[in-house]
Write a protein that binds this ligand. Structure first.
Ligand code: ADP
Length: 254
């Protein structure tokens, strides 16, 4: 399970890196493309002055350059697709169910040591990529469990407030000082020994919550514990209706 978590962190950070590379390639690609256009246009104006061989050679060189640039454009498009894979699979999602699923996955790691308290409110669904939200919950629960040395409690609470779903994950673990707390959402920031933490978990959590129009904050006291608070918008009525009619169409096909 730890390995799975590390793997999904690697995949998510690879996605982030690939998106960054694609973005960086786009700018020079843009001006290389427009330079080729300019040279092509200028050559047409020079037709009289060039002999046929030279012109033929220039045309071939330009065609070659353009072909290469088109290939790079295609590569950039597929890199963008790759880094977006998960994001496009949006579904209506029950946050309480998602939390329970994540708790089940962590059960073995928690069972004898950490007690779990759940205070769930009745919630409307949210619109999200389920695998991403589950990754958020797994990361927070995993961190909470690692922060608890010996016995302790993780309390998970959900609420509905002003059309937003609030999720609190609180632990009675080691807590953080102000200096640590200021850096936790940065990629590769970790206080854990090598091999135990990648420092990517919370930066990925942060990005996923941001991608879903949500917010995340943290309150922590050294020696007392930590509480993460996530707020996410509930699914719009139109998203809920669309899903319902899609189900109706499916039924009529069967
Ligand atoms: P990692 O867990 O691999 O170190 P994260 O990005 O998930 O990476 O966390 C970064 C750091 O934030 C941790 O190394 C730890 O210092 C701190 N942290 C995260 N969650 C908690 C928590 N529940 N209690 C105390 N410290 C935490």
């Amino acid at each position: 399970q730890q390995a799975q978590l590390i793997q999904s962190e690697k995949m998510a950070s690879l996605g982030q890196m690939v998106a960054g590379v694609a973005h960086e390639i786009n700018t020079p690609l843009g001006y290389a493309n427009s330079n080729v256009e300019i040279v092509r246009d200028s050559l047409q104006g020079l037709e009289e002055q060039l002999d046929a061989d030279t012109r033929g050679e220039f045309d071939m060189l330009l065609a070659d350059a353009q072909y290469g640039l088109e290939q790079i454009s295609e590569l950039v498009l597929s890199l963008k697709d790759f880094s977006r894979v998960d994001r496009s699979q949006t579904e209506l999602f029950d946050v309480n169910d998602g939390l329970d699923t994540s708790l089940k996955i962590c059960h073995n790691q928690l069972k004898d040591r950490v007690s779990i308290e759940r205070e769930y409110a009745e919630l409307p669904k949210i619109s999200c990529a389920p695998s991403q939200l589950n990754q958020v919950f797994l990361n927070l629960i995993n961190n909470a469990s690692q922060a608890i040395d010996g016995a302790g409690t993780i309390t998970i609470k959900t609420e509905l407030e002003n059309e937003r779903v609030l999720i609190r994950v609180r632990d009675t673990g080691c807590g953080m000082d102000e200096e640590t707390r200021a850096h936790i959402f940065e990629p590769f920031f970790t206080t854990k020994p090598i091999g135990e933490g990648t420092g990517l978990g919370l930066s990925i959590v942060f990005r996923i919550i941001e991608d879903h129009g949500g917010e995340i904050s943290v309150a922590s006291k050294k020696g007392e514990g930590t509480e993460f608070l996530i707020s996410l918008p509930v699914a719009s009525q139109s998203a809920t209706n669309k899903k319902a009619s899609a189900v109706l169409i499916d039924d009529s096909v069967e």
